[in-house]
Design a protein around this ligand. Structure first.
Ligand SMILES: [Zn+2]
Length: 263
């Protein structure tokens, strides 16, 4: 069994997909568990509905840095309260993004910190998004981490050495997307090959970042298999071993996830 450790089912539905069919296509190729990652609080009811409807679907609660300007007043207590629901297994995705400056750095940092503090209280793992902002992302994390540690994953790893060092220091996991399969990603592949297999996960970030050979198409959870195949090659694990390793890692980090029997 493979896990898609990061996807956005609500985005797929907004783009016209039928979610039952999306999940069926994934299950047909052995992808049976999904972490549907929140990007806003206003979108929360939709994610709750998917979790209530579909076995194997879990979710997070949080505000993506690109949406921080829409929900700048989110507070720690609110995140803690919202996360106390069935099938909520993580906080995020949260972090800092200077690639798309939808939100000022100040607001982004404030909203990010709110998630880190909620993680300290709930012990829920964090899903970290960082783009063109390694330095500030790590600095905010380290500052809060020193008060009390938290757990989590750097999602959509693209090869940064600083992120790798931070992951080691704070005992974080690393998750890879379809970018790993792209022709130009040689450096990323070399770096990922050196990461301990016990710290790695695979994700699609669907509907974005479709892996080869689907590049350019709308990404769906079933495509995580191609990213997994590439990761297996890099780690010298066969498909079964790679699936077992990344699935074990997922459930070790996201302790609250309890998989129902789905078939
Ligand atoms: Zn995402």
């Amino acid at each position: 069994m493979l896990v898609d450790s990061h996807c956005h089912l609500d985005y797929l539905e907004r783009r016209g997909e039928n979610i039952a069919a999306v999940l069926q296509r994934a299950k047909a190729v052995g992808v049976e568990c999904f972490l549907d990652v929140a990007t806003t609080l206003v979108g929360e009811p939709k994610l709750r509905e998917y979790c209530a409807t579909y076995p194997g679907v879990f979710r997070s609660v949080g505000v993506h840095p690109n949406h921080a300007t829409e929900e700048p007043d989110v507070c720690t207590e609110e995140l803690i309260a919202l996360s106390d629901q069935p099938k909520v297994i993580a906080l995020g995705e949260c972090g800092i993004d200077y690639f798309r400056e939808h939100t000022t750095p100040e607001i982004q940092k404030k909203v990010f910190r709110t998630h880190l503090e909620a993680a300290q209280v709930t012990d829920l793992p964090l899903i970290i998004h960082t783009r063109n902002a390694d330095e500030d992302t790590i600095a905010v994390m380290q500052e809060v981490y020193r008060e009390k540690p938290f757990r989590g994953v750097f999602h959509c790893y693209t090869g940064s050495e600083a992120i790798l060092a931070a992951a080691q220091e704070m005992d974080f996991y690393i998750s890879v997307t379809g970018i790993l399969t792209y022709g130009k990603s040689q450096e990323l592949r070399e770096r990922v090959a050196g990461i301990a297999p016990s710290r790695l996960m695979v994700e699609t970030d669907a509907p974005f970042l479709a892996p080869k050979p689907h590049r350019g198409k709308q990404c769906e959870p079933y495509m995580v298999r191609h990213t997994a195949d590439m990761l297996g090659e890099l780690l010298d694990l066969n498909a079964v071993e790679l699936a077992e390793q990344t699935t074990t890692n997922f459930f070790r980090l996201f302790k609250r996830a309890k998989l129902e029997i789905t078939s």
